[in-house]
Design a binder for this molecule. Sequence first.
Ligand SMILES: [Zn+2]
Length: 436
Amino acid sequence: MLIVKPHDNNLKLRVISSVFIVFILMLSTTISSNNSQQIYLGSDPCDSISELQFNATKANQSVSWQTSLGYRLPGSDASAELRQSVTENLTEWSFTESSHQRANFTLTNLVGTYSPDNTTGQNVIFVAHYDSRYIADRDADESKRNQPILGANDGASGVAVLIELGRIIPSLQINHDVTLFFTDAEDQGQPYKANTWSYGADAWVSNLTNDYKANISAYIVIDMIGDIYLDFTRVTSTSDRLWETITPITAALGMIDGELDCNGNNGQDIYNPDPNDERGVIDDHVAAHNAGIPAINFIDINYGENAPSFGGHWHTQNDTADKVSSQSLNYIGSILELGLRTSAWNLVDDITNKENINNTESSNTNSDNSANSDYGYKKYISLLIVISVFGFSVFGLVVLIFGLITKQKEDLHSDKDSEQDESNSWWENQIKNNMN
Ligand SMILES: [Zn+2]
């Protein structure tokens, strides 16, 4: 009887680790299935399209103003002036700045949040880089390649849309947080060195707490979206289900060829929803995507008429305000405004959704509160059910595994008689020999 003890210990260890692994696997399955119950459930964009307020003329003026500041290099006066203007003009937002030392400069991220009184706590984040590139390394003229660029499209266009959204969002009557994230040092990278780009976004995401990350329902980057010849597709490192929300909104705005807009007209060929038409892009969305945050990126990498991918005016001295069109800014600004107006980027619990709608319909007063408390109650019940099911499963598994082990033990004993176990310790062999 005693001789089996060492084996028994090993077996017990194996059983315990097996149960532990099964436990972890089941827990992660439970958590992921809990998440997958949450869905994006926006209302029909055509119901809200007549309410759009985005002012593309103002956005286009901002592009000219930003380039008039000069090169917005990390640590520059132009860069500081831009941040100051944003915080002074968007008075209903609360801003924080954070600085980080990278390469040979200090970058400064600017983050502003609008949080209404009735917020659910969910956070939709719009992101654009406000720095402009330090070299025109793609310029046809070699003598200009060491000079910085004005970044009208590559920098200013995205920032212009964010500022204009910041002006109108407080009047949209949304019930969740919105964050405007102006990233620094997206565009100070070296060619073919992937880890020298997006320093600002990387630094911010890596410092977020798990609680903050869990509340982010959408992280939407816009970059190079002012090209007169606007076109974009899905890019790599994208959240599938968040990207799926884009099709009905862009169709409503007349941006998909072959789809009717809200007026019944065929759309322009601006967005191609074919999932095979995906472009490889490293940008400010990658860090968020890698951190498990649902992230997407609107980016037009063919800058200029008939420009090839990463060609045309991209990273050249030609990236000036005259290449940016207010109509293109209007398309992107309208996508983001329409997404907010239709709650396209709020995650809703699939099970309780029906209940929430009933509550909202049946009472006009405090409908949000009753829906929210009901939501919390249901979540608690779901959790209890999950824990109970989980507990029973573990118990069943333990019984099953011990049954198997007992059988295995018997097999092992008969094996030990016929072959030498290399892992046996000295004293074990001694006892065994005595037995024999
Ligand atoms: Zn760039």
